[in-house]
Structure formats: C-alpha cells, structure tokens
Design a protein around this ligand. Structure first.
Ligand code: ADP
Ligand code: MG
Length: 578
C-alpha cells in the first residue's frame, strides 16, 4: 500500500513543482529589471503589497524589494533562508539578485562582510531548480574559490541554504587524499565548489569528466582568481567550459580590467558596486590603527599586544609560512596566557581545517599567512586583526582587515609599518581607507628579544626556524612589486636578526647581489626598472621554491600548493650560506 501512495505523492509534488516553476519563470520574465540599472535606486514595496501573482497576467515588482520573500524564489530556497534566519537583504543582495535571477552576468563589488555569498548561492540554486536539474544532468554549476578554507565555508552555506533542494554538491579541494573516490563521483555532482588546482586536476585526469552542460560559473574573490597566481589554471579551466553560460563574479576589491574580463567572455555584465559612493572602502564599524614600528621592534610589539589582549580573539598576519611557524613555535614556548594557533599553506589539509574550526569556536591568537586573508567568515567574531608585516597592496590590506567587523558587528585592526613604508598612508587615503595614526605606547612595551635569544640557545631546532623566518621576510620584501614602498636595502638587517634571538646575522646571498648590483647601476648612472622578464623569472623561482620545499608538514602531489602559497611563501631554504 505504501508504494503507490509515495508514487502518488511524488507525482503530486512534481506537478506542483512544475506549476511553481512556470509561475517563477513568468514572474521573472515580466518584471525584469532594466539592464544597467541599480535596483537599489527603486523604493521598497509598500507594506502589505501583494507578492507574486497579483492577477492573471500581473506579478509584483521584485526589483528594489527589501526582503528575500518578495523575490521570485522557489519555496525550497525560501525555506532554507528562513531556517538560516535570513529575512532582509543586504545592499549587494538587493542590487544583484534581481539581475542575477534574470540570468545576467554580474560583476559585483561590495565591502568585506556584506553578504556576497548569498548573492551568488541563491541564483545558482534557482537556475538549476528552474531547469529541473537532476542527477543525470551532471555538473550544472561550478563555484571557484582561491583557498580551501573559503571553499569549505561556501560549501557549508550552500548546504545550509540549499538543504531543501535535491541537488548533489561536492567540495573539490587540494590536499585531500580521496581524489580517486572523487573521480568516481564527480560526474554525478550537480554543484562543484572547488579551488582552481583541484578542478583542473579533475578536468585533466577524470575520465569522462563532463561540464559541457554547465549553466552558472561563479568566481568568488574574483580579482584574486583572475590575478597572475592563478592565470594558467584559470585559462585552462575556462577553455573547457561552455561559452553559453551565466557568469557571476564577486569581490570586495573588484577588477574592471577589460583584459581580465575578456578572458571570461562576459555578456553585457551588470557592474554592481554598491559601496562606491561610500566614504570608506572598509566596513563602517571597523576601527583601523596604523603604527610605525621599526623592524627590530616588531616582535616586541606583537608580544606586548598579545599580553595586553588576553581575552580577545586575534588574527595575526605575517608575510611567509616560515615566519608564522617561527613566531608561533617561539611564542608558544613563552606561554603568553592565551591559546596560540597557526595556519599556513604548508600544513596538512585536515589540520588546516581543524585549526580553522577551532579558531571559529574559541578565544585564541591565530598566526597566519594570506591564506586566511580572503573571504573567511569566522562565525564567532574576530576582535582584532593585527598585520605585523605590511601587505603587498591596499587590496590585500582591505581583505585582511575584512576578517573582522563583518555584517553588522564591529572590529578593530592594527598595522605595523616600517618607517620606510610610511608612503602606504597616502595609498590608503587615495583608496578611501580611513586609518588612525597612533604612536606606540612605550610604557606598555614588553621586550621579547632577550627571551627569544635564550629560547634559541635552549632549543636547538628553533634556531634554523629563526634563520628561515629572517630570510623569508627579507626575500618577501625583495620580491614585492611596489618598489616605491618596499626597499630591502633600507632595512636594519643586523638589528632585525638580533631581535629574533639569533646570535649572528645569517648570510643572505640574494641581498649581497642586490647591494652589489645597486652599486654597479649607480656607477653607470642608470636607474632601469626591473625588466618584465626578470620579474617573471622571480615569479617562477617563487613558485618553484614553494613547491620544492620539502618541509615536514608539506604534502607531495599537492596540485594546489603552488597557486595557494604564491604570495605567501617564498622560502629561501636553499641558500647554502645558512
Ligand atoms: P562577504 O562575502 O561579502 O564578505 P559573507 O557572505 O561572508 O560576506 O557574509 C558575512 C556575514 O553576513 C555572514 O555571517 C552571513 O551569514 C551574514 N549575512 C549575509 N547576508 C545576510 C542577510 N541578508 N541577513 C543577515 N545576515 C546575513
Ligand atoms: Mg565572501
């Protein structure tokens, strides 16, 4: 008796879904918002106005509405949103969803923490639902994230908002050992959330991997995915995707570079930049401090900062994995009175995910590289973002501080600038990043260098870590593109080495060459900029070093590593002079 009943039920359900889809299609079609317009400029619907079908041929307006339930969305998505307690839309959601639901390509820019994720997850679910996408239809949407942690987080949002739908979704990220199992299943998945390296691995290696019917492509943190670090992967991916598709690009720092976008062959994209008129490019509730700190006092400052904020949740950015490892290991041995953790691209993936979840839950200090700079929404608010090393540019700064003050909560950040990096302040001003300039309070400073020196004497394995930290920092400055701000020859190298507790300044080959070559170019009175060829060579070395380094925690065959760690690890372990 049960079977026929459930068949009936299924039939009934199919008929009501078909009716719903017909209604949604007509609603979307007849109330289309004008191309090129920003729905935010329209007033919200009057209270108690009818929603959906008003009479036989009329539907309610959905452009400019304030709440999710006023949009032409399926009941399944609306239920998912209701379960997540999402009622009113954020600005970027109000601006982009009406266009995205009509199937248009979107280039969306809005501050960090302003709800961009739902602005692309909802259209993906809705498009596949309206197309009645099923298991046999294969890959219907691909969502690309620059890092594994962010991909994991997007997957969680998709699972939660899409939980009433029947789509299958997969998280395809590097560093996981179950790639063979993935290969067997990947063709059955409807929505793929992936990092570029792993997606490409499947495109290359998985038999019959088919995305020829894919409907919607999403790039989260689009400017990062379009930049040089992922160029090769992205070009290869795009060449295998169907041209007829919807493409959604989102970031807090958006690219409009025609060259970048041409690669994606967007069709009349809607540029929706909801905070362009805003007085600041960063969240209003974010308090941003900048302090000038000499290189040899940076560790004293971070140590003092941690010791005076023991009740806070703090994210500390450093510029390379080796620095993260050294500062984390050394400070841990000094027991500051708050749990310490570290996160960087050289850790095993399970540990990366575990650390990320622990940091979400508990008060602690997380030392990290830029692998944590983009997109992550630590669900219990981060109180402070501390940038010990200057980011490579303003965009990178905006993403790092954007890990706090998310949605409607407040947050604070502090950046240490070297005296030689002070020009960064002008760049902040030009980019509408409002920072307060504070003088470090000397009376609060708790020197740590002497403690580090005795630690290094006591624990022999710490000394090479300190040396690597020293060298990778200098190398990271040496490799920076913005030569106006970053000048390795201006750094107090011996003092910096001593501040890490090192008894002697390690020899640095590349630096000696640099100083020598400077002398030569002065003699020749020529100030030639570095040729692009040379810069490319540097990038290659950087990438090679990142992959070659066989550290204890590093994983082999990790396709993602090179891209993942680019800009964040520039190990110079190979230097024979160490
Ligand atoms: P972004 O990608 O713009 O940095 P996220 O999409 O990560 O921001 O969202 C930031 C936070 O805001 C998340 O915790 C998310 O759950 C929450 N959020 C997003 N949209 C809404 C909304 N409409 N109502 C309430 N909270 C929201
Ligand atoms: Mg985001």
């Amino acid at each position: 008796m049960r079977r026929p009943k459930s068949k009936d039920f299924k039939k009934q359900q199919r008929i009501s879904e078909e009716t719903e889809i017909e209604l949604l299609k007509s609603w979307i079609q007849t109330q289309q918002v004008d191309s090129g317009s920003n729905p935010m400029s329209l007033p919200p619907l009057p209270k108690n106005a009818p929603i959906g079908r008003v009479d036989e041929n009329t539907f309610s307006r959905y452009a400019g509405v304030a709440n999710f339930n006023q949009l032409p969305l399926s009941k399944k998505t609306k239920d998912g949103l209701k379960d997540g307690k999402f009622v009113s839309m954020t600005d970027i959601q109000r601006a982009s969803l009406p266009h995205a639901l009509c199937g248009r390509d979107i280039l969306g820019a809005a501050k960090t923490g302003s709800g961009k994720t739902l602005a692309f997850i909802i259209p993906v679910l809705e498009k596949l639902y309206r197309e009645r996408w099923g298991p046999e239809d294969g890959v219907g949407s691909i969502i690309i994230s620059p890092t594994r942690e962010l991909a994991g987080q997007l997957f969680d949002v998709l699972k939660s908002v899409g939980k009433h739908h029947n789509f299958s979704a997969g998280l395809l990220i590097g560093g996981r050992k179950d790639v063979d199992m993935e290969k067997e299943r990947v063709n059955e998945l409807n929505i793929l959330i992936c990092t570029p390296g792993r997606l490409l691995q499947h495109m290359d290696e998985t038999p019959n991997f088919d995305c020829s019917q894919m409907q919607v492509l999403v790039l989260d943190e689009a400017d990062r995915i379009l930049d040089s670090g992922f160029k090769r992967e992205l070009n290869a991916i795009i060449s295998q995707l169907p041209k007829r598709r919807q493409t959604l690009l989102f970031s807090a720092t958006q690219t409009k570079s025609v060259q970048d976008l041409a690669r994606l062959s967007l069709k009349d994209p809607e540029y929706l930049s909801v905070h362009e008129e805003s007085v600041s490019a960063t969240p209003t509730l974010l308090k941003q401090i900048v302090m000038v700190v000499p290189l040899d006092q940076k560790l004293d400052m971070v140590w003092s900062f941690i010791k005076t904020h023991l009740q806070s949740k703090i994210l500390v950015f450093l510029s390379s994995c080796k620095q993260v490892k050294f500062v984390y290991e050394a400070f841990k041995k000094l027991h500051p009175g708050i749990p310490l953790k570290c996160l960087h691209g050289r850790m095993k993936q399970e540990r990366r995910m575990a650390i990320y979840s622990e940091f979400c839950e508990k008060r602690s200090v997380l030392f990290c590289t830029d692998v944590a700079a983009r997109g992550l929404d630590f669900n219990k608010a981060v109180d402070w973002v501390v940038q010990v090393d200057c980011p490579e540019n303003v965009a990178s700064y905006i993403h790092r501080v954007g890990r706090t003050a998310r949605y409607k909560s407040g947050g604070k950040s502090v950046l240490f600038l070297l005296p030689s990096e002070i020009q960064m302040l002008e760049k902040f001003k030009a980019a509408k990043v409002p920072v307060h300039f504070n003088k470090p309070r000397k009376e609060l400073l708790q020197p740590v260098s002497a403690l580090l020196a005795s630690l290094l004497a006591k624990y022999p394995d710490l000394q090479p870590r300190a040396q690597r930290a020293f060298i990778t920092y200098l190398r990271s400055i040496h490799l920076q593109k913005d030569k106006e701000i970053f000048d390795v020859t201006k750094l107090p190298i011996d003092e910096y080495s001593a501040s890490l507790g090192l008894p002697m300044t390690p020899k640095i080959r590349f630096l000696n060459q640099k100083i020598k070559s400077k002398a030569v170019s002065k003699e020749q009175i020529s100030a030639e900029p570095e040729s692009p060829k040379k810069e490319n060579a540097l990038m290659v070395t950087k990438k090679k070093l990142a992959t070659d380094d066989s550290d204890d925690e590093e994983e082999e065959n990790d396709l993602l590593l090179a891209a993942d760690t680019l800009n964040e690890d520039d190990e110079a372990k190979a230097s024979p002079n160490l």
